[in-house]
Design a protein around this ligand. Structure first.
Ligand SMILES: *Cc1c(COP(=O)(O)O)cnc(C)c1O
Length: 378
């Protein structure tokens, strides 16, 4: 049979199935059961955040942030132009107007030198995304935000356990959103978490996550009735999913060690080829520790990128590109986006490709990918 290497592949890395069975036998498979609490404690203790709340997705954690920041119609929110749709949609759902800022050509993160000029009296949030799990320039971003009194919330979908200047990503903003989608380092299929670093958001976050009720306080015995107290939705995942996720989180060392090896093997195997072909490999500044989320290549142009993807596909290898510039999307244009607004994003979006990268990618398969890449001439 010819070899086929997917872009992503879900893997069991530890005791996920045992924990799923335990959660069912224990008799609570709705939200906030014992495995959800284990995940909360793990994230709070490991990262040192005040509160971690599992959510049904990173998208939903972002939606909760927008509600907690009290985003109103007409408010502006600053978002990097190069990110997943959910980063912006969560705020637009509340009526916000997105202001897209271009990215740095090196890390592909929000360009902090373009931040100040994007701020207006209506700016209500700044949402850095730690692309590929490499930290944004948080010192500069926080300095500008603090001067203007604007909250920073992080989309840390790629960056769990990555660090900027020795400090965990997801602990810089007043809140951060994590993803446990199938394609992320740690997964339960579909899932996420809201991390809270400012105490003032905790109680309302629990309410919003529980359909706008004070159910969490009721279960802690802090109120004697549980009732409707605010807007909200159903943002808590089943404990079955939390059980699966906990089986992955507790294998953090194993997962991250494997992913580091995959990343470093691509790096070592492709450096000479990249130099000879005018291809740029990922750039990780010395003051950051990346989360080993992905390995991307920047090819010379769109035509070469498309030819490269076809070349790999003919060999059974599925490489993908992502993030069309948000300002040029159908929705982005409704907010006034036009060609030339974010030139770095526009160029990168045409040239970027991601290589297969997952928790049970074997050394053999990876060598097959590296060889196939080396056979390609730009
Ligand atoms: C994956 C991803 C999301 C959305 O995560 P879900 O858990 O699928 O909702 C949001 N932002 C970024 C940057 C992502 O990569």
């Amino acid at each position: 049979m010819p070899r086929s290497i997917d872009f992503n592949h879900p893997a069991l890395v530890g005791r996920e199935l045992e924990y799923v069975a335990q959660s069912i036998v224990a008799g609570q498979i709705s939200g906030d059961g014992s495995f959800t609490k284990k995940c909360h404690a793990y994230l709070e203790q490991t990262l040192g955040v005040q509160k971690a709340l599992l959510t049904t997705s990173c998208t939903h954690a972002l939606e909760m942030m927008a509600i907690l920041l009290d985003i109103q119609p007409g408010d502006e929110v600053i978002i990097p132009d190069f990110t997943f749709v959910s980063t912006v949609n969560a705020f637009v759902l509340r009526g916000a107007r997105p202001v897209f800022v271009d990215i740095r050509p090196d890390t592909l993160n929000l360009d902090e030198t373009k931040l100040a000029q994007a701020i207006t009296p209506r700016t209500k949030a700044i949402v850095p995304v730690h692309y590929a799990g490499v930290g944004c320039e948080m010192d500069a971003i926080l300095e500008i935000a603090t001067q203007r009194g604007i909250p920073v919330v992080e989309d840390n979908a790629h960056g769990l356990f990555g660090k900027y200047k020795g400090r965990y990503l997801g602990t810089f903003g007043v809140m951060a959103a994590q993803s446990f989608h199938e394609t992320k380092n740690f997964s339960c299929g579909e899932g996420g978490a809201l991390l809270i670093n400012d105490e003032k958001y905790i109680e309302r976050a629990e309410i919003i996550r529980e359909k706008g009720t004070n159910r969490s306080r009721f279960f802690r015995g802090q109120v004697d009735k549980y009732t409707w107290v605010d807007i909200g939705s159903s943002y808590l995942p089943s404990d079955v999913l939390a059980a699966f996720l906990f089986g992955q989180l507790e294998m953090r060392e194993k997962i991250q060690t494997h992913r580091r090896r995959v990343w470093e093997t691509y790096w070592a195997g492709l450096q000479a080829w990249a130099q000879a072909n005018g291809v740029r490999l990922p750039l990780v500044p010395a003051h950051t520790e990346q989360a080993w989320h992905m390995f991307y290549l920047l090819l010379p142009d769109l035509e070469t990128r498309q030819r490269f993807i076809r070349h790999l596909r003919e060999r059974g290898i599925y490489a993908v590109f992502h993030y069309l510039p948000l300002h040029l999307s159908e929705m982005g244009r409704k907010f006034g986006g036009k060609p030339g607004d974010c030139p770095v994003t526009e160029a990168v979006s045409d040239r970027l490709v991601r290589l297969p990268f997952y928790n049970d990618l074997t050394g053999d398969d990876q060598q097959f990918v590296i060889q196939a890449v080396q056979e390609f001439a730009c």
